[in-house]
Ligand binder design. Structure first.
Ligand code: XMP
Length: 325
């Protein structure tokens, strides 16, 4: 249940969490950073309350990121003066995802590989007992056990690092497990993190892997990256980005006929989605004027050769979900 914390209460609650759950003066902490708001605010919270001698912030580049993700996260950590360890595992992820179409299978592969790459790195650190810090939110916990007909079913296997192998001895710390996204954002602003970064839209752990419907390969990912960049830049330029809770592009493996100049084309379709929400549990479509949408559609089709149709998703959650996959 939402607690309606004030900023100072939030700050004190997190401080108390660390005090109760981490006894050591210089704890061994390993923190997986995804590049999103939650894990970044978490990294900053750790740096506020803990001595950093044995703290490791780890970022796995899985090749399923948008054009600007690695650059942004590097810049944020640099501005914190915190060391970020980046592991480049793009090749491995794309190899294992080759020809996989089923979304849950994609999630399992991405989650499993993440654990594999991450564990390998931790083993090298030779930290015998450590804390594993995660930016799990209250919504992540309830979304992972949603109800259907009275029976508990998993809608999605949310991407976290809870499944690390048994030979690694650690305690999980999840200081945000009672918080909602807007509260983590407020906490970040309270810590004086850059507003632009804090107000970034959420991005799912499995990244473009689930937004690339059908086969995931370098070419389709690059296409989606191009579309996403055009769409997001466009929203920022039109001052619409801040009115949306989450906006993104999806690539569909649906080919249809189009025309470019005098040429007939036969290319894939992309979907743009922009929603309003408070915490991601429910969502409504953002009301963007059709002429504006049509402007961005033209930009996309003119600049990205592998798509010839642009759709705008107008479904609410429920009955839909925010992501396509
Ligand atoms: P859905 O699609 O379930 O998404 O309506 C709700 C919110 O959760 C994000 N999402 C994820 N975030 N790991 C994450 O960290 C995931 O596996 C994941 N799946 C969905 C989604 O982007 C939206 O903000």
């Amino acid at each position: 249940m939402k607690q309606n914390w004030k900023n100072n209460d939030l700050h004190q609650t997190i401080g108390r969490y660390f005090k109760i759950n981490v006894k050591e003066k210089k704890p061994n902490i390993v923190c997986a950073v995804s590049g999103g708001v939650d894990s970044t605010v978490l990294a900053f919270a750790i740096s506020k309350y803990m001595k950093l001698d044995n703290v490791h912030f780890i970022f796995v580049n899985n090749g399923l990121l948008r054009k600007y993700d690695v650059k942004n996260i590097k810049a944020v950590f640099k501005s914190f003066n915190l060391k970020l360890n980046i592991i480049n595992a793009e090749h491995l992820f794309l190899k294992k995802l080759k020809n996989v179409i089923d979304p849950e299978q994609k999630r399992k592969i991405i989650g499993g590989l993440f654990i594999e790459v991450f564990s390998k790195y931790i083993r090298k650190l030779e930290q015998k007992d450590f804390y594993l810090a995660q930016g799990t939110l209250y919504t992540d916990i309830i979304e992972s056990r949603s109800y259907h007909g009275g029976k508990s079913v998993t809608i999605k296997s949310h991407h976290n690092v809870g499944g690390l192998p048994k030979d690694l001895k650690f305690d999980v710390i999840e200081p945000f497990r009672e918080l909602f996204k807007d509260e983590v954002r407020r906490l970040g602003l309270f810590y004086k993190l850059d507003e632009k970064f804090i107000n970034r839209h959420p991005f799912p752990g499995p990244g473009l892997g689930i937004r690339c419907i059908g086969k995931v390969n370098r070419q389709r990912l690059d296409t989606l990256r191009e579309i996403d960049e055009i769409f997001i830049k466009f929203l920022i330029e039109k001052d619409l980005y801040k009115n949306s809770w989450q906006a993104f592009a999806v690539l569909l493996p649906v080919k249809s006929v189009g025309v470019m100049g005098d040429e007939r084309t036969y290319e894939e379709t992309c979907v743009l989605r922009s929603i309003n929400s408070v915490d991601g549990m429910t969502a409504d479509v953002t009301n963007i004027d059709v002429t504006i949408l049509s402007e961005v559609a033209t930009l996309i089709v003119n600049k990205v050769p592998r798509v010839n149709k642009v759709l705008y998703d107008i479904t609410s959650k429920p009955p839909s979900t925010i992501e396509w996959e």
